[in-house]
Design a protein around this ligand. Structure first.
Ligand SMILES: CC(=O)N[C@@H]1[C@@H](OP(=O)(O)OP(=O)(O)OC[C@H]2O[C@@H](n3ccc(=O)[nH]c3=O)[C@H](O)[C@@H]2O)O[C@H](CO)[C@@H](O)[C@@H]1O
Length: 365
């Protein structure tokens, strides 16, 4: 089941590995909870969904989305009658996929299991989605030892927990090799580099619900202050949600050193990441990717269910508070020792081989 961009990014390595290693039928069901950004990833990775539910509607409430998904996914399961359902992460797609499978007694595998913030309202509603999936799944693919530990605390039996690494690192490395073999994609990376000359690129992404309103205003204030520096350029792929896009465009568009761009194809975004000096984000996936390229991450959230980056010293939590964001960014720009300590290229989230471990468990079951 795939519904959103990050699910497609994190599942394409597993889908491709499964297809390469088994003659069992692999049916990809896209719910298209997010249409455009999901399609960008599917196109790039040559995945053509066998079933496309196209459930995205403008301004849909969580109730409407959940009800529609549960019903539609249930119908798909009745039609396909799979022997197992694989879901990833914490979206409404993943939660309803697991629930519809449970209603039919079909076993569920959970990729990226065991992430917990401990607060059911941050991230909302993902924290509870994860817990529901965790209650149902019989195979839990925990990206890290810490995630496995969270599952043990919830009494998940040891033999059902598999520490695999996060498939996002597999995806990132695959994206880099797609670029290496395609001169057109590689030349886009060169033009990004050329466009900014000697300026240091601060790459920004934000879209979390918890930051809508006051949070986005704080972030916009911080970015306006940071970009007063002549040695910095801000590059910001704008999430289409109007709660984010409207505020940030109003406050930042037209500035000569701010590039507000549309959501990027995954390979182009990976290019931006590899060229950035510092990353400011509230995204889950970006926190997990940046350490592979040794890029310090300032996480614009108060909590994270991905504390491994903070513990490894490659990320810091700065919330959505203007002064904290500005102070930590300036420290990275001005203090070389601090910068090199945070940019140690070690990724605590994965080693790029998660898909092989996951597929081995799937096929051995
Ligand atoms: C609560 C929480 O943390 N939930 C997470 C959140 O996922 P996220 O925060 O990781 O989501 P995004 O930031 O949208 O995606 C990030 C990916 O997109 C790539 N990217 C980015 C910009 C661009 O222009 N082009 C791109 O290709 C980028 O490299 C990265 O891989 O929501 C998901 C679904 O609700 C959850 O499953 C997931 O746990």
């Amino acid at each position: 089941m795939v519904g959103t961009r990050p699910e497609a990014i994190k599942l394409f390595p597993v889908i491709n590995q499964l297809k390469a290693q088994t003659s069992a039928a692999v049916t990809v069901c896209a719910t298209a909870q997010h249409r455009h950004m999901l399609d960008q990833v599917l196109r790039l990775t040559n995945i053509v969904p066998d079933i496309d539910l196209d459930v995205m509607r403008a301004n849909q409430t969580l109730d409407q989305l959940t009800a529609r998904l549960l019903q539609n996914v249930g119908e798909v399961l009745d039609q396909v009658r799979p022997s197992r359902v694989i879901v990833q992460g914490d979206t409404t797609t993943a939660m309803t996929g697991a629930l519809a499978a449970y209603y039919r007694r079909i076993p569920v595998s959970h990729v990226e299991a065991g992430l917990r913030s401990g607060d059911i309202y941050a991230p909302w509603p993902e924290e509870v989605n994860r817990k529901i999936i965790g209650t149902i799944a019989d195979q839990h693919f925990a990206p890290t030892a810490r995630a496995a530990e969270a599952l043990r605390r919830e009494n998940v039996p040891e033999e059902r927990i598999h520490v695999t690494g996060n498939t996002v690192v597999d995806a990132l490395l695959a994206a880099r090799s797609i670029v290496d073999s395609d001169p057109r994609l590689a030349s886009r990376w060169d033009s990004i580099r050329a466009a900014h000359g000697n300026r240091r690129i601060v790459l920004v992404t934000c879209h979390r619900r918890e930051n809508f309103g006051a949070g986005i205003l704080g972030i916009a204030d911080a970015l306006q202050t940071i970009v007063k520096r002549q040695d910095v350029a801000i590059v910001l792929p704008l999430h289409p949600n109007p709660n984010v896009a409207d505020v940030l465009s109003e406050r930042l568009s037209g500035h000569p050193r701010v590039e507000l761009i549309t959501p990027q194809d995954y390979t182009d975004f990976v290019g931006l990441l590899s060229l950035a000096y510092v990353v400011l984000t509230d995204s889950g996936g970006v926190q997990e990717e940046a350490p592979t390229f040794g890029k310090p991450v300032l996480v614009m959230r108060e909590t994270t269910e991905r504390p491994e980056g903070v513990e490894a010293g490659t990320a810091r939590l700065v919330g959505a508070d203007r002064d904290r964001i500005v102070a930590e960014t300036f420290r990275l720009l001005d203090d070389d020792d601090h910068y090199s300590a945070m940019s140690r290229a070690h990724n605590p989230f994965g080693d790029g081989h998660a898909r092989e471990r996951i597929v081995k468990v799937l096929l051995d079951a």
